[in-house]
Design a protein around this ligand. Sequence first.
Ligand SMILES: NC(=O)c1ccc[n+]([C@@H]2O[C@H](COP(=O)([O-])OP(=O)(O)OC[C@H]3O[C@@H](n4cnc5c(N)ncnc54)[C@H](O)[C@@H]3O)[C@@H](O)[C@H]2O)c1
Length: 255
Amino acid sequence: MIKKVEQGVLNKQVSIVTGASRGIGEAIARHFFKEGARLVLLDLVEEGLYRVANSLDPSGDSILCFQTDITVEEEVHKAVSRTVERLGRIDILINCAGILKHLPIEQMSLEDFESVLRVNLTGTFIVCKAVIPFMKKQGRGKIVNISSLGGRTGRPGVGVNYAASKAGIIGLTQTLAREVGPDGVYVNAIAPGPILTQLTRQVPSEVFAKWNVGRAVNKDGLPEDVARAALFLASDQSDWITGVTLDVNGGIFIT
Ligand SMILES: NC(=O)c1ccc[n+]([C@@H]2O[C@H](COP(=O)([O-])OP(=O)(O)OC[C@H]3O[C@@H](n4cnc5c(N)ncnc54)[C@H](O)[C@@H]3O)[C@@H](O)[C@H]2O)c1
């Protein structure tokens, strides 16, 4: 007999989502909540976190929000240890916080280069490092790192800083998957193509259009498209998949 599922795919699983105050991170938070996750939302922007949390649970009881800069180890450690104090475990981590500073190389200062690496790559490292001891102790965990099509193929106009940071996330994901796989921790990445969010609204429309050239399907990328892929990689539906980068791009890049 097949048992009916009532609790959602993520039934009470404690899920940390970074960059959750808007865009793709917000969509992931909403989708995971619908699927029964216990949400822990991290972002630099506190009002955004509470806007998302209150719209999902007006009582404010079931969702933890921590204003956190993912590049600051102490802040990340505080958020992670408070999560464990309050909820007892961490089942899922979605590393979604990221920034884009698209400039041609001649106009890109060292600060422009390093600041993007610092948030996108070092920030991902810092949050992974903070949660892994808990996941190892549990003997299980799922990490999903948000890379980008820009880290998979050269893209005009994303900036070498962004492309390098997102390619770095793929390398980090592959090696971390090998390191912590024996402890039951799965680590995967998603490489979204162009998705309409505040991050891409700063890009001139002709550049955004160029990013979509060659797309196989006649549909724009939406934050929810990435959220559904994140749900798959975060849930037990993807067990035995680790170290992969899942392309979510309407067929712009097909390997
Ligand atoms: N939008 C796209 O086309 C696209 C494509 C591929 C990959 N991505 C990646 O997806 C992720 C989300 O992108 P988005 O389009 O939703 O962007 P967004 O700008 O709408 O959201 C990014 C969020 O990250 C937060 N953030 C930035 N720096 C932070 C820090 N130091 N600490 C904590 N939070 C911080 C921001 O406050 C914001 O809420 C990013 O990693 C981005 O690189 C986006």
